[in-house]
Design a protein around this ligand. Sequence first.
Ligand code: NOJ
Ligand code: MG
Ligand code: MG
Length: 468
Amino acid sequence: MLDLLAQPGIQSHDQWQVQIQAQTQQRADVYVFAVGLCDEEIRSALFTPVRDLPHSLLTIPILAKPDQRVDLPNNKEIPMTDYSPKPEHKFTFGLWTVGSRGADPFGSATREYRTPAELVYLLGEVGAYGVNFHDNDLIPIDATPAEAEDIKKEFRKALTDTGLVVPMATTNLFSDPIFKDGAFTSNDPRVRVYALQKMMNAIDLGVEFGAKIYVFWGGREGTETDSSKSAIESIKRSREALNFLCDYTLEKRYDLKFALEAKPNEPRADIYNPTTGHMLAFISTLDHPEMVGVNPEVAHEHMVGINFMHGVAQAWEAGKLFHIDLNDQYPGRYDQDLRFGSRDIKAAFFLVKFLEDVGYTGSRHFDAHAYRTEDFDGVKDFARGCMRTYLILKEKAAQFNADKEIQSLLAEIHADDGKMNPYFGAYTPQKAALLKAHVFDRSAIARRGLRYERLDQLTIDLLLGVRG
Ligand code: NOJ
Ligand code: MG
Ligand code: MG
């Protein structure tokens, strides 16, 4: 056989290759880019020839579908066009997100109820990595112990069947009427201790399913009228509760960190610790600040019109970015929880670029829900869309970092001849004296154009797909 193959001009298909080709082509159109074979030869092997690869990739219809895989030659010049989610992307959704039934303050549910296990299968189908839950997303607040066991069993089976994991869990301290005036900050002491009891049970539940991050979102921790509560007392009550729960977690030896999520308003007129920055300051006052970080949410900061990425960067720089809630939001409106990247593409781009550039390794959690107009196919479109947009923006970020014109412009913008170096760094009296004596040519410095218009237009061109 080896002798046969060694003969010049021998051409013999291995029958296994032929079988594999036949099986593949029952399920897929196969496009072949080959140097050294003419189109006729490729067609005679039942493949479709491709000549101009980047152009052809844009015209092959199958690439428009999010869950299709495309194998490309190892050519760095060719953009990545495979936007299918993989476990390493760490895309997660809450049971409350894909399980949202579309109710709003003006209308009731438009989608039927799905069990937690059914939602896990849905997430498995769209390619998510993990699923997160509030205690009562999984176990209704009034469930009997036997009912709870049945639900957990079914949920665990769905996790095993799909391979999904539970990286984060959280507690619902906002839906039940008992929390109408808050949980840890309620004026009723019975509510404050009930909240602690509910938290401990919910932490146990999260840990049982493997959660390593525990999110605290105090949606009801606020006021409609400031005549009702002391803002200082509320901060103290929140601190005491957090300290209690840190000690509970430490005593139980749980491998768990807390992530505090800020929101300025809704459902309360005003919520305490309204931004990620407030949360960071609050964390530094806790007994165990090392086990507490933040869970910033795009929508919660865009509601008040502030730059979300800046808050995320501050959290990251402080070593406190434990988790992140991705979605979208028009500023100045009620909490919309829109599909990630569907409103402000530029802000989403700089956020994804930030997370990828710094090497954030936590979950990319989508805390959003499908439009009320959708059925469950639309919910899948929504979930796929969140992940696809993230991956497209990730690719755009890599393009930005590799774009020669953008990078040389940045190098020009950040140019530093080192002449000011003697004045930077720690204070010394000598340095201060030297600096006081330095003469600056203010107008010459101010005259320099910074070329940010050009840089931003290059970014826009890149995002709009007309670069490279
Ligand atoms: C529901 C809130 O809308 C969301 O923003 C938060 O992340 C989760 N609850 C977690 O508590
Ligand atoms: Mg959130
Ligand atoms: Mg939200």
